[in-house]
Design a protein around this ligand. Structure first.
Ligand SMILES: [Zn+2]
Length: 342
């Protein structure tokens, strides 16, 4: 399967030669084709972390100058949820109505988040039933907080006074603001939504509904699972390959780590059977880059795109991570809104 993909991607020359294994050849070929940095230790967190009413959240550098804009990326710090807390007396800021958590606690946490960002716990937060699609909805003031929630993965509004929220625990949140027409949007982009072009579809909808011009748009990609911690199956490469000419630039093949081997290399040196000397390699996906490419494809200027926060899986004390917690975790929320005129 991967051989077919590599072949179609023009990597047939990466087949074994001079005694290299196929895995080595694939790895080298993919590394050569990947212009961004290989995965290594997680980079320091970017953005400024703010604390208000106990809620720790990240702000996009520079966006604080836009006086009509509300926005923020939550962390797990703050709130009163105990469900996912590993230790310590502190509650946590789970913002998703997960199966395990108490809905009343989640409602209180959402009010804290609304207060931290907008100054009022009563500011409604419009949310979605996220389904990993490319569907987006336009929210009017009166819709915020309505039940049942629309099934979609993006929402946008030109109405002041409410927040739009997408929930994540590894997937990529993307916030967009049209600084000229005063329109805001939030998108939820896991790998499936990214393959479905949720961000490109969403910006297309902003142009259609509100006449937004790409050059006026600012975008922020929030905390999510990064290349370092996101091994994926070959079906994911296949899905991207069928959709994007640049698909191969979004993947890096990384040597899987083996702690026993790292500690006792001599054993493996002596006992290695012929042809079994190479560690398995795994494909890692760069969702940040994938969504940055969609913003660029939509016409958003590179200088207007910011990446905020860090890898959710590398920072389990700060972020909820689906992978790091093996599926049992809370949700963070990325919110954006238009401040009402005084
Ligand atoms: Zn990581």
């Amino acid at each position: 399967m991967l051989d077919d993909l590599l072949g179609r991607a023009g990597l047939a020359q990466a087949r074994p030669r001079h005694g290299r294994t196929l895995q080595q050849a694939r790895s080298e070929a993919l590394k050569q084709l990947t212009p961004h940095e290989p995965a290594g230790p997680c980079k320091p967190l970017t953005g400024s972390e703010i604390t208000a009413n106990g809620v720790h959240w990240f702000r996009t550098p520079g966006w604080e100058k836009i006086d009509w804009l509300w926005h923020g990326f939550s962390t797990r710090i703050g709130g009163s949820s105990r469900t996912y807390a590993v230790d310590g007396p502190q509650g946590e800021l789970n913002l998703g109505f997960t199966r395990e958590d108490d809905p009343e606690v989640v409602r209180r946490n959402r009010a804290l988040m609304a207060e931290a960002i907008s100054g009022s716990a009563d500011t409604p937060i419009a949310t979605l039933r996220q389904i990993h699609s490319n569907l987006v909805v336009v929210v009017r003031r009166a819709d915020a907080g309505c039940i049942p929630l629309p099934k979609a993965d993006g929402l946008m509004t030109a109405d002041p006074g409410n927040l739009l929220g997408v929930q994540t625990a590894d997937c990529t949140p993307v916030l967009v603001a049209d600084r000229r027409r005063r329109v805001v949007a939030a998108f939820h982009a896991g790998w499936r939504g990214t393959v479905h072009r949720i961000v490109e579809s969403g910006i297309g909808r902003m142009r259609l509904e509100f006449g937004s011009r790409p050059e006026d748009l600012l975008a922020a990609i929030g905390p999510c699972i990064r290349l370092c911690c996101y091994p994926v199956g070959e079906e994911v490469l296949s899905a991207f390959d069928s959709q994007f000419s640049y698909a191969r630039e979004l993947f890096v093949e990384i040597e899987a780590t083996n702690p026993v081997r790292a500690r006792y290399p001599a054993i493996f040196l002596n006992q290695r059977a012929p042809g079994h000397g190479v560690e398995p390699h795994r494909l890692h996906l760069d969702l940040v880059e994938a969504n940055r490419r969609q913003l660029l494809a939509s016409g958003v200027p590179p200088r207007s795109i910011r990446v905020v926060g860090g890898c959710t899986s590398c920072h389990p004390q700060l972020f909820f991570s689906h992978r790091a917690s093996r599926g049992r975790t809370g949700r963070m929320m990325s919110v954006i809104g238009i401040r009402p005129a005084h």
